[in-house]
Design a protein around this ligand. Sequence first.
Ligand SMILES: NC(=O)c1ccc[n+]([C@@H]2O[C@H](COP(=O)([O-])OP(=O)(O)OC[C@H]3O[C@@H](n4cnc5c(N)ncnc54)[C@H](OP(=O)(O)O)[C@@H]3O)[C@@H](O)[C@H]2O)c1
Length: 253
Amino acid sequence: MRIAVVGGTGTLGRQVAEELGRRGHEVRALSRGAREFPIDLRTGEGLPEALEGCDAVVDASNASSATRAAETLVEGSKRLLTAERTAGVRHHVCVSIVGCDQAGLAYYRVKTEQERVVEQEPVPWTIVRATQFHELVDALFTTAARWRVIPVPRVPLQTVRSAEAARAVADIAEGTALRERVQVAGPEITELPELARSWRSITGRRVLLLPLPLPGRLGRALRRGALTAEQPDTHGSTTFGTWLAAAHGRSRK
Ligand SMILES: NC(=O)c1ccc[n+]([C@@H]2O[C@H](COP(=O)([O-])OP(=O)(O)OC[C@H]3O[C@@H](n4cnc5c(N)ncnc54)[C@H](OP(=O)(O)O)[C@@H]3O)[C@@H](O)[C@H]2O)c1
């Protein structure tokens, strides 16, 4: 199959592209900085050429702030899907987040809106909802540790190794459109303070873990486990601790 991976240079997209390539597909990595297929979801530039002859499209694009995310993920999905219709793409795979419709954070509202756009378009689709990647939690702790304090609300997470999420996304992209959401999640549900304690012990960083109350509806939803999936369609097998120990072992060499 010829498969385009939008955001094919990002954390997840790069691994989806590599995985599909290993399975023998002709893969096109699309992003603003991509060498062969530069595209911009915020303008639609490059999309018609990049999607020519593609059977499936994986959308693993992302944007940092909620405002940028709305332009890139919601308006960008509309542009992408219009170009896919013209190109005759038969399967659009949208990467989303477990519980995005339950956790009322600005970015998650954008992801929910992106899902709505995908579900309403005529291009056959599958939405793959993943839990937070180990890499994201590591990066957040690393950033907070610059101030020697990591705020840790008691929120249960089920972080997954991005490589395992990428394999699940590749499996879906190879198949026919399901017109439904599937979930991929990590092997264990762990509260954020516990993840932070593992991070501190494995990295050896001297940081204070600061309990943070999360009031209101958002707090209740997160504490209830809005971001976890007890029975996901695909379970990763690598725990945060195992992944982190290996990642930090590598970075010390
Ligand atoms: N990170 C997590 O923990 C996590 C968990 C669950 C689900 N997800 C979902 O997984 C997806 C990928 O996340 P990620 O963390 O892998 O993202 P990422 O590492 O930030 O990568 C984002 C990708 O999008 C591209 N991009 C950004 N703006 C673009 C634009 N205007 N036009 C075209 N391409 C653009 C970037 O390349 P250029 O800069 O070169 O354009 C890059 O390839 C997102 O939908 C996210 O919501 C992430």
